[in-house]
Ligand binder design. Sequence first.
Ligand SMILES: *[C@@H]1O[C@H](CO)[C@@H](O)[C@H](O)[C@H]1NC(C)=O
Ligand SMILES: *[C@@H]1O[C@H](CO)[C@@H](O)[C@H](O)[C@H]1NC(C)=O
Length: 429
Amino acid sequence: GFRNMLHLRGTPPMPLVQKFIMGALLTCIMMVFYCFSAKQAQMNVQMVSHGTPCIQSEKQNDFNISQRTKGQERSCVAKVNLMFMKTHKTASSTLLNILLRFGQKHRLKIALPNGRNDFMYPSPFLCSHVKDYRPGKCFNLICNHMRFNGPEVDKLLPGDAVYFTILKNPADLFESSFHYYHRLVPFTWQIPGDNKLAEFLRDPRLYFTPAGYNSFYLRNLLFFDFGYDNNMEPEDPKVIKAIQNMDKRFQLVLMAEYFEESLILLKDILCWEMEDLLFFKLNVRKDSSVSQLSRELKIKALEWNGADWMLYQYFNATFWRKVEAYGHKRMQKDVRELRRRNAEMETVCIEGREAVEPKRIRDTNMMPWQPLGERSIMGYNMRNDIPPQYKESCRNMLTPEIQYLSDLGVNLWVTRLWGWFKDRFVWLF
Ligand SMILES: *[C@@H]1O[C@H](CO)[C@@H](O)[C@H](O)[C@H]1NC(C)=O
Ligand SMILES: *[C@@H]1O[C@H](CO)[C@@H](O)[C@H](O)[C@H]1NC(C)=O
């Protein structure tokens, strides 16, 4: 049943009365959301934590990997205690898939959400959001969407956990977030014209209400995801302070624009194997819906997201210093190798070797979640003739986030309910 719910149907013809009743119902639901929004705005940035840190009972999940580096054998122990801060609209779904597969392969204890596919985002993360959490219990891996709350996350993982995250250029991130979420942000409903994004950026303060429901999606979303106030101006000394705190906490900050290079750096600090990095791009928008921002709009978007822009520039610099230290030649060679192996897997797993539009995806298990009022997120058809030894890898690599979590035993009733409404009442928006 659930799988069918994810499947997008065309708008069914409905009698007028029924339409009216459904419209009224949805309005009520939106009003309930509104009531929550005031509370949520006041809840900004309360990073508090009480209670017990986790205590690792026995030596868990250590496994040795022999890596070949320039002809010599190098042995190291793969890191399995991992915190991935999944930011929004940054290719993080592809990374999530990599991590879930790694977790499954090594039977790691994954801290999963409960009832939905995130940890009660946009509320700050609490351990109690984790499925089967008990005080003192340790997990190896946490990687679903959350609003970061350091002290709480620390309690969940052993002391040697590696924290990492991924960023994207804030102008592109803003464009992507606007496309994906604007229908969920009520103040955008009054923006006139066909190109709402351009109109918004012409004079953001005319429309933007900081305390408005879901408004964080449209300003400094990265700052918000990391648990900070997203309405700080870039000149605010708290901005640089926040960035420095993040630099202390996250050992590695990846760049969506250099995804393969990022993975190679990750492999290096985690002592993983190339095989662990193989991926297909998930949750990609179809070209026709990816608008290229003009130079002028890009500048405006960066101004509007000034705090995120500072954050991005700071970690862009640390990223390239790490590439430098790794060695550019060595990096090029490894990226080529990763691309070659990804291409190999594409040939083995994917029909036609590329992503297709939602209407061309045959198996609903392979249908990615679609934004409200759009069917723009592409997915894949799996080949019918995959050799048996590749079947499971192919399936896991291609399975979208919601279905993957469901397979891992997460009960997704909230997400499911919202999906049901979303797909049936798109005509209201
Ligand atoms: C991993 O290798 C180290 C050093 O070679 C060794 O001391 C350790 O026991 C090994 N661990 C496992 C789980 O094999
Ligand atoms: C990121 O860093 C590289 C290398 O220093 C530089 O060439 C590039 O312009 C930077 N990008 C941004 C957006 O700052």
